[in-house]
Design a protein around this ligand. Structure first.
Ligand code: DQA
Length: 159
């Protein structure tokens, strides 16, 4: 019998059977999240996002996990537009733009791909300005406060 397996974007071998369930998921991290592992470790932990992402890719070979990080609001919006009519899901940690950006909210509303809002820290246990989200109401759901595991829980929501 011919081996019709191929390799997905994560370097994992997938079979035709699995291919039917292959999900394209885009993770977008916003401002200052490039510093994960170095930035306020008491709040955000010691792990870099790149190391955590490798773990996620090993754990979910049935998903093609793309990663994009930007400190620039407009670039995050551009990425949402780029994938937002094609991918199965977007996992968005908009960082501080969560609390301010009507433009990001409009971008999420404009696309057809469902967006899950995630936060590493429990924003509701922090300063009052972090209790408000401009984007929650237009997201499919919100996962807050589970550390980096928030991203894994968001992936689970798309499976
Ligand atoms: C954050 C929470 C935001 O309030 C903050 O500005 C961040 C990270 C989180 O993941 O906990 O940059 O989104």
């Amino acid at each position: 019998m011919p081996d019709n397996s191929r390799w997905n974007g994560n370097g994992a071998k997938i079979t035709n059977l699995q291919e039917g369930r292959m999900k394209k998921i885009q993770i977008i991290n916003g401002p200052n999240l490039n510093l994960l592992g170095k930035r306020e470790p008491a709040v955000y932990g010691n792990a870099s996002f790149e190391d955590y992402l490798s773990e996620l890719r090993m754990r979910y070979p049935q998903c093609e996990l793309s990663y994009y990080q930007s400190n620039i609001e407009g670039e995050m919006i551009d990425r949402i537009h780029e994938v937002g009519f094609e991918y199965d899901g977007i996992i968005l940690n908009a960082g501080a733009y969560t609390h301010t950006s009507i433009a990001l909210r409009d971008a999420i509303k404009a696309v057809s791909t469902p967006v899950v809002e995630v936060h590493i820290s429990n924003v509701h246990a922090r300063e009052p300005f972090r209790h408000v989200s401009m984007i929650s109401a237009v997201c499919k759901g919100v996962i807050i406060g589970f550390g980096l595991d928030s991203y894994r829980l968001a992936i689970e929501s798309f499976l």
